[in-house]
Design a binder for this molecule. Structure first.
Ligand code: 2P0
Length: 350
C-alpha cells in the first residue's frame, strides 16, 4: 500500500468590500497599481464572503483551485504572482528554521466557496483573492501583517487588498514602480461606526458585460473626464471621506459616496466606446434613495454602484425601517429588482 502523505491545511473567510471612493484605472497592469487611491466598507462576513481552505501535501503533484465546486484555470499571471510571492515568503521561514516542513515545495490545493453570485458586480474577486492569500499565509504560518498580505492580494485583484481589513479600509495608490507602497490600511475598525448598514439590491445576477479589468483601461486610454477625476476629484474626496468616517458624519459620508459613484459611472460613459454598468433598474434605485432623503428632510441613505447594475444602499441602523423597509416593500411588487432567485441580500456590518 502506498504510504499516506501528510496533508497540511488552513482555512479562512474573507469579506466582500464595497468601495465608496472607487478604484478605476491602473498605472501598471501587471502589478495592479492604481491611478488613484480608494476607500471601502467591508461587509459582514456572515452575509457576503468567500470561505477558502488551502492545503498542501507532497502527494499533490500540481497546484489546483476550485471555486464553488468547479475547477479554475490558475495559469493566469495574477494567481501565479500570488502563489510565487507566498512561496517566496515561506522559503525564508524554512531557511531560518531548518526544522520547518518544506511546504513551499509541495503542491497547493485551494478550495473556495462564495455565498453570493460570482462576478455580478458584487466584488467577488476581492473576497476571493483576499481569502486565497490569507489562507495560504495561514497554511505557511507566515509572520505577515494584513498590510503586507494586501500587497500580495493586490496582484491577484486590485480591490482584494482592501478585503484584508475589516471595517473601513483605504488603499494607497502609492508612487513606487515596484508597488511596495501600494497597500491597504485601516481607516477605522468596524467597531468605530458599528451602526453602518448596507442593503444590497440584486438587479441582475448575470455576469457583467465588460470586465472591470478591461473596462478601466479603456477609460484610462480614452476618457477626458478621467484625468480630472484622478488628479483633483479623488484626492480631495479621499481626505474628506476619511474625515467623514472618523467623525461618523453620515451626511458627508453619503454625499461623497453617491457623488463618487456618479463620477465613476460618468467616466465609464465618457469612455470610447461607452461603458454602461447601470441600467433602468439601477436608476430607479437612485431616484428611490433621493425620494427617501427628501421625505426624511435629511440625508439618511446613500447609493453606490460598482461595475454592474446592483445597488448598494448605505444607511444607519436607526433608519432601518425607513430605508430598508421602503426598499423591501417595493421588492416583489416592482419588476426588475429581483434576480432569478428573487433575492435582495441584506448585509449588516459587524
Ligand atoms: C472598486 N471596482 O473600487 C471598484 C469600483 C469596480 C468599481 O475594484 O483588474 O476587480 O482585478 O484589479 O479589483 C473592480 O476592479 O479589478 C473594482 P482588477 P477589480 O471596488
Amino acid at each position: 500500500m502506498a504510504e499516506q502523505q501528510d496533508i497540511h491545511r488552513a482555512s479562512t473567510f474573507a469579506p466582500v468590500n464595497i468601495a465608496v471612493i472607487k478604484y478605476w484605472g491602473k498605472r501598471d497592469t501587471k502589478l495592479n497599481l492604481p491611478t488613484n487611491s480608494s476607500l471601502s466598507v467591508t461587509l459582514s462576513q456572515d452575509d457576503l464572503r468567500t470561505h477558502t481552505t488551502a492545503s498542501c501535501s507532497l502527494s499533490f503533484t500540481k497546484d489546483t483551485l476550485t471555486l464553488n465546486g468547479e475547477d479554475q484555470d490558475i495559469s493566469g499571471a495574477r494567481t501565479q504572482a500570488c502563489f510565487k510571492e507566498l512561496r517566496k515568503l515561506r522559503r525564508s521561514v524554512e531557511a531560518e528554521d531548518t526544522s520547518a516542513a518544506k511546504l513551499s515545495a509541495m503542491g497547493l490545493r485551494i478550495v473556495s466557496e462564495n455565498n453570493f453570485p460570482t462576478a455580478a458586480g458584487l466584488a467577488s474577486s476581492a473576497a476571493g483573492f483576499a481569502a486565497l492569500v490569507r489562507s495560504i499565509a495561514n497554511l505557511y504560518a507566515l509572520p505577515s501583517t494584513p498590510t503586507e498580505l494586501s500587497r500580495i492580494a493586490r496582484q491577484g485583484s486590485g480591490s482584494a487588498c482592501r478585503s484584508l481589513f475589516g471595517g473601513y479600509a483605504g488603499w494607497h495608490q502609492g508612487s513606487q514602480n515596484d508597488g511596495s507602497d501600494s497597500v491597504a490600511y485601516e481607516v477605522a475598525p468596524a467597531s468605530h461606526w458599528p451602526d453602518m448598514r448596507a442593503l444590497i439590491l440584486v438587479a441582475s445576477a448575470e455576469k457583467k458585460g465588460v470586465s472591470s479589468t478591461a473596462g478601466m483601461q479603456q477609460t484610462v486610454a480614452t476618457s477626458a473626464l478621467f484625468q480630472r477625476r484622478v488628479e483633483v476629484i479623488v484626492p480631495e474626496r479621499m481626505a474628506a471621506m476619511e474625515k467623514a468616517v472618523k467623525e461618523k458624519d453620515f451626511a458627508a459620508f453619503a454625499q461623497l459616496t453617491t457623488r463618487d459613484s456618479n463620477s465613476f459611472h460618468a467616466c465609464c460613459a465618457d469612455t470610447d466606446p461607452p461603458i454602461f454598468y447601470m441600467n433602468d433598474t439601477s436608476r430607479a434605485a437612485v431616484r428611490m434613495c433621493e425620494a427617501i432623503n427628501a421625505q426624511a428632510g435629511s440625508t439618511i441613505c446613500a447609493y453606490t454602484f460598482d461595475a454592474g447594475p446592483n445597488a448598494v444602499i448605505y444607511y444607519l441602523a436607526a433608519n432601518e425601517a425607513t430605508v430598508a423597509g421602503t426598499f423591501k416593500a417595493l421588492l416583489g411588487t416592482k419588476t426588475g429588482w429581483e434576480s432569478e432567485k428573487g433575492k435582495a441580500v441584506e448585509a449588516a456590518q459587524e
